[in-house]
Ligand binder design. Structure first.
Ligand SMILES: [Zn+2]
Ligand SMILES: [Zn+2]
Length: 279
């Protein structure tokens, strides 16, 4: 089984890739299954009304997925390509403490359609990490602790997701270098224990190679901790924004999980239920 479970397309505001280009590339490179996981970031991006009209929440040029058009298009592609590849319906929820009820409402509305949900934290207090808005004016210790505290508060209350995506995302944008794991270990353990109690998993995000990070994403230390705490639900995601990035470095990722970290299986999802496959 070869499946990419983190893919962005034209429905994400940071990608222009038509969904069909992703499907064709996935078939070409021999993937058995892909899951679309376009972005929803409540609080910082404009949302859509059911009428298809955009609902501007801020004067910024960012938007969430247009949900009904999104699910309709995956359905149409399924009809066209379904005999060659399995297509799954997912979203990437960029949650904040104050937006989880909006995600619960979104999930309820499309509950029957969802196969999979990535849970990410991309911003806190409506401040993004990638452009340093959140980190600016804070010490490295402060923004790192705030990040993991925010994620812990979210997983304690929010359950409508499948796996934690790029769990140590903030380190990708940390201009002071990688913050020592020992200093956040307890918080990370609390997050993982909560996820395990809730039967949630962890994603290995292979964009770490693209960003030329020194470690995997999340780090080997976090993957090892998840294993030691009894976690066994893992997905592989490229975080592709272009077809050429699909399933990037999956062989390396599988080898690390299997040979370095001792995991035996990874998962695909069907209607929010994990299905296990040999690594
Ligand atoms: Zn993300
Ligand atoms: Zn993503």
């Amino acid at each position: 089984m070869n499946a990419d479970y983190h893919i962005h397309t034209e429905f994400s505001d940071d990608s222009e890739t038509p969904m069909e280009a992703v499907v064709e590339r996935a078939i070409q490179i021999g993937l058995d299954e892909i899951c679309f996981t376009d972005h929803v970031d409540y609080g910082v991006k404009a949302n859509w009304k059911d009428s298809g009209e955009i609902l501007w929440i801020q004067a910024i040029n960012q938007r969430n997925v247009s949900y009904s058009a999104y699910f309709d298009k995956i359905g149409a592609l399924e009809a066209r390509y379904g005999d060659r590849i399995k297509l799954r319906r997912g979203l990437e929820f960029g949650a904040q403490k104050g937006t989880t009820t909006q995600y619960d409402a979104l999930f309820e509305k499309y509950r029957a359609l969802f196969d999979f949900v990535l849970l990410s934290v991309h911003e806190i207090d409506d401040l993004e990490f990638w452009n340093q808005d959140f980190q600016r004016g804070k010490e490295q210790e402060e923004y790192n602790l705030r990040y993991y505290q925010e994620l812990l508060a979210i997983v304690e209350n929010f359950k409508n997701y499948s796996v934690l995506a790029h769990l140590d995302l903030l380190s990708r944008y940390d201009q002071s270098g990688v913050y020592p794991f020992a200093k956040v270990r307890e918080l990370v353990a609390a997050i993982l224990q909560q996820a395990i109690r809730d039967d949630k998993g962890l994603e290995l995000n292979t964009s770490s190679w693209r960003y030329e990070l020194e470690d995997t994403s999340p780090s080997r230390a976090i993957l090892r901790l998840y294993r030691d705490l009894g976690g066994r639900i893992l997905t592989l995601g490229s975080d592709a924004h272009k077809p050429s990035q699909l399933a990037e470095r999956f062989e390396d990722a599988r080898a690390i999980l299997r040979d370095e970290l001792g995991f035996k299986e990874f998962c695909t999802f069907n209607k929010m239920t994990p299905c296990f496959h040999r690594l």
